[in-house]
Design a binder for this molecule. Sequence first.
Ligand code: NAP
Length: 495
Amino acid sequence: MSFKDATLSEVDSAVQEAHVAFLSYKNFSGKKKAAFLRAVADEIEGLGDELVKTAMSETNLPEARIIGERGRTTGHCRMFADYIEEGSWVEARVDTAIPDRTPAPKPDIRKKLVALGPVVVFGAANFPLAYSTAGGDTASALAAGCPVIIKAHPAHAKTSELVAKAIFKAMQTSGMPKGVFQHLHGAGFEVGQALVKHPRVKAVGFTGSFAGGKALFDLANQREVPIPVFAEMSSINPVVLLPESLEKNAKGTAALLAGSITLGVGQFCTNPGLILAVEGKGLEQFITELSSEISKAVPGLMLHEGIAANYVKKMAEALAQKGVKLEVQAATESSKGDKNQGRPTVASAPAAEFLKNPSLAEEVFGPFSLIIRCKDMTELNSVVSHVHGQLTSSVIGEESEVSKHPSLLNILTEKAGRLIINGVPTGVEVCPSQNHGGPFPATTDSRFTAVGTDALKRFARPVSYQNFPDALLPDELKNGNPLGIWRIYNGDWKK
Ligand code: NAP
């Protein structure tokens, strides 16, 4: 079954309806929006096996992964429901008037976050559930009070359609206005670009390629009224292996990294694409152990033909660069007979070559990792300074050794949105303290996260209310604090 691409007139109607819906939806109570998000979670669960089977057939992902992703999707819908029902997310601040202040009286000023308006979300190929139709971008935008228009990812259009049906049903059962959620297909750039250019659209959420994210970001900035594009694009997630600790545990470190490189056929934005270490016995043992692990790995099928072809092309380009040595590549499984097999591959290169060649710092999306051989920690620090912005950076080493290198952590903090000690970047916990974002080109706006409760802040903006009579203030800012939320009242946290 294939779905009809939306026409430009359907794009316009969808956005106009979303705008009309916004005018009422933005004022719904946290409780009402929370009931909608919980209904979305229930309806997705109600799709049962049909959803799991459809997603598996469209993405090549195994059942356990799809079931896990479904749990993450319904989990974040319920997480945002709890968050907005509690209500303190609006960051209410109250600074009461000081009429007798000299030389000028101080007015009463109060501030809170309000919803931005209709948000366009591009479904991500690598997360058919958790970062697509009811994914983190959708759930956080709806939670903030913004209608969502989905541009379905063509690689899992049926899965997207099923989830959209569940959301439409949830809209009915929870009394949401028509237009709060819209779902459009478009196997080509026209639909997506028309959505981003539409004057009623107020923000964009995107996960995908650097080329796609940057093109949409540029388009949004060329509009007469520019809008924010929260694009998560490319990250190679450097992992630093400290020498003394590596020598003590080369085998364990290799097993840890092999698991991370091959997880999900490497199709995670947090894949460890760059490993940095100082030359020596520990590194050689590590490469031997990692090669042994990777050569035993069974290649999985990649998400779609385009991603598989891109992996082969980008990997071949990386391997052809000066100084790059192929360390190990898993054999294809001839019994599987599918050209979409993503072969886990590890290569190495001297730091001096990496520092000269910017293409070696580009993402190879798939189960690929490049080990950079550094002469010493000074050269390793130079490599770290040289990498672009990242979602994550990891250091593997005992606490006593990590503490000997304060400048390393200092530079890594400049580069990434999440720092990890003695762990791998794959596996993104969904919780309030999570930051899944990072300096460009990991994302287009390092000030925000795409995962965790703060993801909704991307779709909200502050408004101050000056000298408002109490009755005209939003409930969150009224004198009596009728919603009982946490506020900063004349400088003190209060309920
Ligand atoms: P993509 O090519 O960036 O496409 C993602 C979505 O954006 C699709 O709906 C696509 O539309 C749309 N799009 C892309 N460029 C556009 C443009 N210039 N104008 C309007 N719409 C545009 O990503 P993908 O298909 O998911 O995967 C391709 C490659 O992206 C992968 O091989 C990988 O390198 C990278 N990727 C990276 C991450 C990450 O997290 N770092 C995640 C997923 C993918 P159409 O499908 O209609 O063309």
